[in-house]
Design a protein around this ligand. Structure first.
Ligand code: SF4
Ligand code: SF4
Length: 360
């Protein structure tokens, strides 16, 4: 099936801001690169967080005010490292909630938060994604399961990703089955960083051995495909080849032979396609101070990749955003593989794209 364009079934999707609040983590998963976590970096201050939040508010407004279908809210998803470790994180959450109701807050966490924070999570967040990491200590894993089940009894949107560690596969299956039996929305998540050359162990920049793409046995693959219901006629074996659905749960349609139809799994090669990723995503890396349209794809204008600016010069980023909206700049995809931006409207043909963009 050849798809020539992609659109969202519901155009009025809010912008998703992913905010990496810092590198510090209490875990040291071997599949998590040193560039993603550490156990020593200083916590960011509340003042730094407040400045970033005030920038986010201005940036989001520029795009929202230019949409044909503006939304009445925006989503901020906090990631890390482990966001819940920094005591100032909880003060930031209070600051945002007191400042405005415009932002829905969600959290991606390893689930090992101190139980004293569960009440605040219940009061302040609309969604939590917990990743279950089997390499951590038994006591922490017990705490994670307890925290998950505690949230299950609330109205919070809760999703658990069980990271399919190739050496702890039986444990992963057991946890997956247990949570499923408790009515938790749980996904088995293959481990792969998209780097096909990196399927074995390597020495990371912090001198630690890591393995960021796991290679699965036939029986492990069989279990995965049976459990997820995904059909894949391929000999793929590593985590980055399994594919995944839209992480935001968005319904998408594809243009096939001139007709729009619902699609689930599609080829994610969109190189040089016109893409509206900047209308739906913003990524903040508090640790480096860099800002991106999207965390993983890092697309910017002129078919280039990289950050769109720094947190210490946000006026420049805001000016760029205003210019791009006023002068109708478009992004063309610089990547050979699309990850979680696969759902945003995009097209091979510029006229089809401009039509899609007019309806955002
Ligand atoms: S818990 Fe998350 S951030 Fe921490 S080491 Fe594991 S994957 Fe990385
Ligand atoms: S990788 Fe980025 S620019 Fe390319 S299609 Fe995906 S979201 Fe768009």
């Amino acid at each position: 099936m050849q798809v020539d364009a992609i659109k969202l079934k519901n155009n009025a999707e809010p912008m998703m801001v992913t905010w990496d609040t810092g590198r510090r983590c209490n875990y040291d998963c071997t599949y998590c690169a040193a560039s993603r976590h550490d156990n020593h970096s200083a916590f960011h201050s509340l003042e730094e967080y407040k400045q970033t939040f005030n920038f986010i508010k201005k940036y989001v407004k520029i795009y929202e005010n230019s949409k044909s279908n503006p939304t009445n809210h925006c989503n901020i998803n906090f990631t890390g490292g482990e966001p819940t470790l920094n005591p100032e994180f909880w003060n930031l959450v209070d600051y945002i909630k007191q400042d405005t109701k415009y932002f829905n807050l969600s959290l991606t966490t390893n689930g090992a938060w101190n139980k004293k924070f569960t009440k605040k999570i219940k009061e302040s967040f609309f969604g939590i994604t917990v990743s279950y990491h089997s390499e951590s200590h038994d006591n922490l894993k017990k705490l994670v399961i307890e925290n998950i089940l505690d949230l299950k009894s609330t109205n919070i949107w809760l999703q658990v990703n069980v990271m399919l560690h190739v050496d702890y596969f039986d444990e992963c299956v057991e946890v997956y089955n247990y949570l499923k039996s408790k009515g938790v929305k749980v996904n088995p998540r293959p481990i792969g960083d998209g780097n096909e050359q990196r399927e074995g162990w390597f020495i990371d920049e912090d001198g630690t051995f890591r393995r960021t793409s796991h290679v699965y046995s036939q029986s492990q693959k069989d279990w995965f495909f049976k459990e997820t219901g995904l059909q894949r006629n391929t000999s793929c074996s590593s985590g980055d080849e399994f594919g995944r659905g839209c992480c935001g749960g968005r319904c998408i349609q594809g243009l096939v032979d001139g007709e729009w139809q619902n699609v689930n799994m599609i080829d994610t090669y969109f190189k040089n396609w016109y893409c509206s990723v900047n209308w739906y995503f913003l990524h903040i890396d508090q640790h480096t101070g860099l800002v991106y349209h999207h965390q993983t794809c890092q697309a910017k204008f002129n078919n280039k990749k990289g950050s769109i600016g720094c947190l210490n010069n946000t006026e420049d980023i805001l000016d760029q955003a205003k210019n791009s909206v006023i002068n109708n700049y478009n992004i063309t995809c610089p990547n050979t593989r699309c990850g979680c931006g696969m759902c945003v409207p995009k097209a091979k043909d510029v006229d089809v794209f401009l039509e899609l963009k007019n309806n955002i």
